[in-house]
Ligand binder design. Structure first.
Ligand code: M6R
Length: 365
């Protein structure tokens, strides 16, 4: 059932081009995005005042990426919250708010409770769910399924990627209806969106040997940081969680600009820092953070867009991702991070499909 792969996680990593394609393509018709299951008229979309994205773990990280993309393209304020926080703090949910609950399993206890809280306050809930017929899918007002197929490994990969794709679809649909981007811009974004599956495939085909080599350097690492700005911070959160959950390496994600406000105190000889630089307008700022940690002895791995030689110059190692629109880089930058944590875990000989202390779906609070 592992289809010739050594672990479910590796199989699922390699299934991502298909999973993302299956999530995007049925919702594209005649060069437009059609999300029937959203059940929102153009009027409803224009009247949106706020979006609340509520989830746990990696699904919460997809919400963080979603926030950057939706706010920038559709100009709707987005608040992202952890379900375990949202449910207990009497959230302010006013008319014109859409609550989006994201969950692979559809059974996460806190996410389900958050859904019920929103419904209790009379707010519409959209579920972005992978498991068909799960509790969240059944109780949400509307469900947008991610077509990742069954995900077995505890560490999510393909479900995460499809959640990101679903959020891109929503962002583009909302932006088009609200007129916050031009027709031409919509067309070019749509083209880039459709290229993502093959670009993910390119990374899987081309970067594995390099990543295996880098992973061999990570095996003995004790502490690690992931840094990035803007949407790269959202990707950093996911890279860091992946590494800690399957390789047991202590890891933290920080917005690069926050380093100076505390965490830089922890940088010493050979601390591993993975820096994400996919936002051209922010290259210079993050490069200066790389220089700061380098001069304190950190070993820096940069993940950046093809052609960013400035980043390569100041880093110990660099992984390049294919070129896409700056809004979609999470989909590509996360792939090397997944592979990296996978190969570090393999190098440490760990039971990576079932890491210690973790369950695939967290059905208790
Ligand atoms: O099934 P869900 O998407 O609701 O699960 C949420 C989290 O428990 C999940 O993403 C968790 O963080 C994963 N182990 C991350 O790889």
């Amino acid at each position: 059932e592992k289809g010739g792969y050594e672990h479910f996680m590796l199989k699922e990593i390699h299934e991502q081009p298909k999973a993302v394609r299956d999530t995007i393509m049925p919702r594209i018709r005649d060069n437009d995005i059609v999300i029937d299951e959203l059940n929102m008229s153009e009027e409803d979309i224009k009247n949106l005042k706020k979006i609340y994205i509520v989830a746990c773990g990696s699904a919460y990280h997809t919400g963080m990426t979603g926030k950057y993309v939706i706010e920038d393209l559709a100009r709707i304020p987005v608040e992202v919250d952890l379900a375990s926080e949202f449910r207990y703090r009497n959230p302010i949910l006013e008319k014109g708010t859409l609550t989006v609950i994201i969950s692979q399993s559809g059974e996460t206890a806190d996410s389900l409770a958050a859904l019920r809280e929103a419904k209790k306050q009379g707010i519409k809930v959209l579920g972005i769910v992978n498991v068909v017929g799960s509790s969240i899918a059944r109780e949400a007002d509307n469900v947008m399924y991610t077509w990742a197929g069954p995900e077995i490994a505890v560490a999510t990969t393909k479900a995460y990627s499809t959640q990101i794709a679903a959020l891109y679809l929503l962002a583009l649909r909302f932006a088009k209806v609200r007129g916050t981007i031009t027709e031409e811009r919509f067309d070019s974004l749509l083209q880039d969106l459709c290229k993502l599956p093959e670009q993910i495939q390119t990374i899987l085909d081309k970067n594995v040997t390099q990543i295996q080599y880098i992973a061999s350097k990570f095996v003995a690492v004790k502490d690690s940081f992931f840094i990035g700005r803007g949407v790269d911070y959202a990707t950093a959160l996911e890279g860091s969680l992946k590494l800690k959950e399957i390789s047991y390496i202590h890891s933290e994600a920080y917005p690069a600009g926050e380093l100076k406000h505390g965490p830089i105190a922890l940088i010493e000889e050979d601390t591993l820092v993975t820096a994400l630089l996919t936002q051209e307008s922010l290259y210079k700022k993050t490069i200066s953070n790389i220089v700061e940690v380098q001069s304190r002895g950190a070993f820096v791995l940069a993940v950046t867009n093809e052609g960013n030689e400035e980043a390569e110059k100041v880093s110990n190692m660099t992984i390049y991702i294919p070129t896409t629109d700056s809004h979609f880089t999470t989909s590509l930058a996360v792939i090397p991070l997944q592979l990296l944590s996978y190969y570090v875990s393999v190098g440490k000989g760990l039971d990576l499909d079932k890491p210690r202390n973790l369950a695939k779906s967290v059905t208790v609070e």
